[in-house]
Design a binder for this molecule. Sequence first.
Ligand code: IMP
Ligand code: MG
Length: 185
Amino acid sequence: MNNKAVQSSTETLLDAAKIAQRVRELGTQISNDYRGRRLHMIGILKGAWVFMADLIRYIDVEVTVDFLGIASYGSGSTTSGQVKITKDLDRSIEGLDVLAVEDILDTGLTFTYLQEMLTARKPKTLKLVALLDKASRRRLPVHADYVGFTIPDLFVVGYGLDYAQRYRELAEIRVLHPTPEDAGM
Ligand code: IMP
Ligand code: MG
């Protein structure tokens, strides 16, 4: 178990072995669905990079990658609904089979915005894989084509996910009960 940097109250929701098993299953499913085609994976930074790095190694069709940097939260845990592009794509996605890779779907505000932005760039197809889905929190009708785990309405960190930029390095996904320290106080 990887306990580094955990000061506040957390408990494990998904351990590393469980995550690895599910990521492998997603990789197999995605490979089967894209058989004979080339897949262009777009990782949504920063939360999705750990998941994407693992997922890509379980995909056995030809893959190219790009990254889109966005910031949707400030330093807290409630969505602002405002999405800021912090890094745009390096290349055009016109005519490509695009798979957007997200860490977590919550209210759906972020991906609704991204979907519109990406669709306007004319990919041949656009699908979404999200490692986690807090389906009960949805405010806009966003649908992920592939979901790792549907989870309850809890704030989670680790495996790339942060709270105020912390905890991304944890190997497992933990539920965070913030203390004043977490808020930088
Ligand atoms: P949405 O726009 O409400 O769907 O929020 C999606 C984004 O909010 C994700 O890509 C995450 O960056 C962030 N987010 C939502 N819930 C959590 C959480 O439990 N832990 C960490 N980040 C989260
Ligand atoms: Mg994110």
